[in-house]
Design a protein around this ligand. Structure first.
Ligand code: ADP
Ligand code: MG
Length: 733
């Protein structure tokens, strides 16, 4: 009976209903209510409730119309109490005929007896004795909750209750909306105020062009708003939801499409990437490109040769060889007489890219520079000068590249590595360094495997290339999960691997509190490992070290002068040492799946079989078994299981979404444009069909009418402008 068309349903809270008569506070509105009327002056609200509404983000009548139900109750039919079955959630209606409160084993148990035509049930609460007074004998109640049937007696535990008053048109004999509440508001109050507002829905302007509505079989906005609150049928409810979901996704897609058109409408550079350049790329790289790499290089090359700027996302799992593609693309830009910039999210990664690329480019007479936040001011000045004069062919760096004092002679290509660490604006801002009349090509690289629907939402303004194949000769990574009590086994195994000439990473327990503590933990761990492996060279890497020190350590590890590298998650992204075959992660259940996958991706890069050993301590683990899901696993343990079972990045991303939900996984506020965070009704995973539809329509509209000048698009234009203002405010604030 219960349906939850809104997706974002939360748990049901008991005892929210105060049974307050809905019209006890009668603020007459005088004339017709306007959409912008403050809620305070709506019938049944008043100053105190207006404050409560404010806490829900509801200030005006319009806001209230967008305060959507979290679920519904079908009060056209209640379950007869006699037919209630054990374990199910049920909705019943009846009269209170008695109540009692008793103490047993330290608990205060309150029971209210509810009777309908078919039988009787106890509504039961623990430690809420006031429930007895709240529902005196004779009260007509609607109750919703989980049924327990024992020895013929029926009780409903912790029910959500509502007192039925005289002629409750909004709350009886229909599909009744159940709203998110806050202290000081009851379902009845919210429902009745909204019920009174329904005629206002007719005045809500519908920004969706009629042609789109017709084509996608969507109801109008007034109808959708009416039916999302007070649907006559489940079909009407679903049609309303579909319309609102579509609209939400459509706006995001429209914005992305408009951005993209704006981006590529600037004159770009038509690079010429002919046979000689392709031959030089082949000569430069120490290996043959995989077919997947070759395919994406071809896609990128086609983009580069176009006179409009490239705007492309390159997605490939950890270790799929994105860097080689980046090197090839950078060489093509440089050979066309332009400068290329590669921006990485961490100094370690920037340093590594720098070392690798310099090795490839320098022999070809191309100046490669590194620019990060640290290093001597004099060196950095020199680099900035070379960028300005155009002496530098390729610059690798961190955020430092997008600082104001950096300018380029003729920047032609921007590559952003591991995009998920950067906000959209940051990627935009380097791209705008082109200065001149033409804008540079943009290639964004990410290892975060994203389901297509989500990619379209987050990166809908980029074209997509995917490397879906790993370089040949890769050894599978075996992942095993150990309790901390078996740490000795892990040490024995490490000893064997090191004896065979392999190297290993040892990632320290995650300490969230501070960098400082985390660094100290790493120092202590390295000391401990020195004692366990006195014959081995133990290295240490953490975020608090000086850049030069870190670079030296990384270089020593790469050169094989360090056997075992103790590290914090600073090595998470992109580090590439093929001879390293073991990744040990302590307290692994504290890390997120994406992070674990990244860490594991540091091994399995050479020709030797590789291993990822996860260590967890069940005793110190805050989410111990018992608090977890139906299988009795905590989230941390579920993550361990996923890691052991698969190395497929896409599967891991999906599991991650299941465990955490898309908001958590990808909703991290991207500066200025948090596409997923903007979604209140739509769910990018569930509503894939609406998303594809909305995207297609949005692209068509923007293609035909890029500035939305057509009268039919006036509503869309202002909606878009409003969204842009809102995100500008986020950036400033
Ligand atoms: P990611 O996509 O994670 O950035 P990298 O670019 O770091 O991956 O590449 C991972 C490893 O694979 C590197 O050691 C690189 O030299 C190697 N590699 C990349 N492409 C190939 C290829 N076509 N053949 C053999 N090895 C390759
Ligand atoms: Mg990489």
């Amino acid at each position: 009976m219960e349906r939850q068309p809104l997706g974002r349903t939360s748990h049901i809270r008991a005892g929210r209903s105060r049974g307050t008569p809905p019209h006890s506070v009668g603020y007459a509105t005088g004339g017709a209510t306007a959409l912008d009327s403050p809620v305070q002056y709506l019938k049944g609200v008043g100053p105190r409730r207006a404050e409560a509404f404010e806490r829900l983000g509801v200030r005006t009548a319009r806001d209230l119309l967008w305060h959507l139900p979290r679920r519904y109750e079908d009060r056209r039919r209640f379950s007869p109490i006699r037919l209630l079955s054990h374990g199910a959630a049920a909705l019943v209606s009846g009269r209170v005929t008695g109540a009692s409160t008793e103490r047993r084993r330290g608990l205060v148990i309150t029971r209210v007896l509810l009777v309908d035509d078919s039988g009787s049930a106890h509504l039961t609460w623990y430690n809420q004795p006031y429930m007895e007074k709240r529902f005196p004998v004779g009260t007509h109640l609607v109750a919703y909750g989980k049924v327990e049937r024992r020895f013929g007696a029926v009780q409903i535990l912790n029910p959500e209750c509502e007192v039925v008053t005289g002629n409750d048109l909004a709350g009886m004999g229909r599909i009744v909306p159940i709203y998110p509440l806050t202290e000081g508001l009851s379902q009845q109050v919210v429902r009745n105020v909204l019920f009174g507002l329904m005629e206002l829905t007719a005045r809500v302007p519908d920004s969706l062009p009629a042609s789109v509505r017709e084509r996608c079989a969507l109801v109008s906005l007034p109808v959708a708003l009416r039916d999302i609150h007070f649907p006559e049928t489940w079909e009407a409810c679903e049609a309303a939801r579909r319309r609102l979901v579509f609209e939400e996704l459509f706006r995001v897609q429209l914005r992305l499409a408009a951005r993209k058109v704006a981006a590529v409408s600037h004159p770009g550079i038509a690079f010429r990437v002919g046979e000689e350049i392709l031959a030089e790329i082949g000569e430069m790289l120490p290996f043959e490109l995989t077919p997947a790499q070759a395919r994406v290089l071809e896609e990128i090359r086609a983009d580069m040769q176009e006179p409009r700027p490239m705007h492309r996302l390159l997605q490939g799992d950890v270790g799929s060889g994105k860097t080689a593609v980046a090197a090839a693309v950078a060489l093509a830009a440089v050979r066309n007489g332009y400068q290329a910039a590669l921006m990485a999210p961490t100094e370690i990664l920037a340093e590594q890219h720098f070392l690798n690329l310099e090795r490839l480019f320098r022999p070809r007479g191309i100046v490669v520079d590194l620019l990060t936040g640290s290093g001597g001011e004099k060196d950095r000045d020199a680099v900035r000068a070379r960028l300005r004069t155009g002496e530098t062919g390729l610059v690798v760096g961190t955020h430092a590249l997008i600082q104001e004092d950096v300018s380029f002679a003729r920047l032609g290509l921007v590559i952003v590595d591991e995009q998920h660490r950067f906000g959209v604006l940051q990627r935009q801002s380097l791209w705008e360094k082109g200065h001149s009349a033409t804008v540079p090509d943009l290639l964004v690289m990410t290892a975060t495997p994203i389901p297509r629907t989500l990619a379209l939402t987050l990166y809908g303004d980029l074209d997509l290339s995917v490397i879906d194949q790993l370089p040949p000769g890769r050894q599978p990574i075996t992942t095993q999960w150990f309790p901390a009590t078996d740490r000795d086994l892990v040490f024995e195994f490490l000893r064997d691997q090191l004896r065979e000439g392999r190297q290993a990473y040892y990632v320290c327990p995650l300490i969230e509190e501070s960098d400082q503590l985390y660094a100290e933990a790493a120092v202590a761990k390295a000391e401990m490992l020195r004692q366990v492996f006195p014959e081995r060279r133990i290295g240490l890497l953490h975020g608090r070290m000086k850049t030069a020190e870190r670079a030296a350590t990384m270089e020593a590890f790469r050169a094989g002068e360090i056997d075992l590298l103790t590290a914090t998650t600073v090595i998470e992204v992109g580090v590439d040492v093929p001879n390293a075959t073991v990744m040990v992660i302590e307290d692994a259940d504290r890390f997120g799946l994406a992070q674990l996958h990244q860490l594991r991706g540091r091994v399995g890069r050479g020709t030797h079989r590789s291993f990822c050993l996860l260590i967890t301590d069940p005793r110190s683990n805050p989410d111990a078994p018992g608090l977890g899901d139906s299988q009795g696993l905590s989230d941390g343990q579920r993550r361990m299981k996923v890691m052991v079972e698969t190395t497929d990045g896409f599967q891991i991303a999906e599991e991650d979404l299941k465990i955490r939900g898309p908001g958590e996984v990808y909703g991290t506020r991207q500066h200025g444009f948090d596409a997923v965070g903007q979604l209140r009704i739509a769910n990018v995973l569930r509503d894939a069909r609406e998303l594809e539809e909305a995207r297609a329509v949005a692209q068509e509209i923007i293609k035909a009418d890029p500035e939305l000048q057509h009268p039919e698009h006036a509503g869309l234009r202002s909606a878009l402008a409003e969204a842009d203002r809102a995100s500008a405010a986020v950036v400033v604030g």
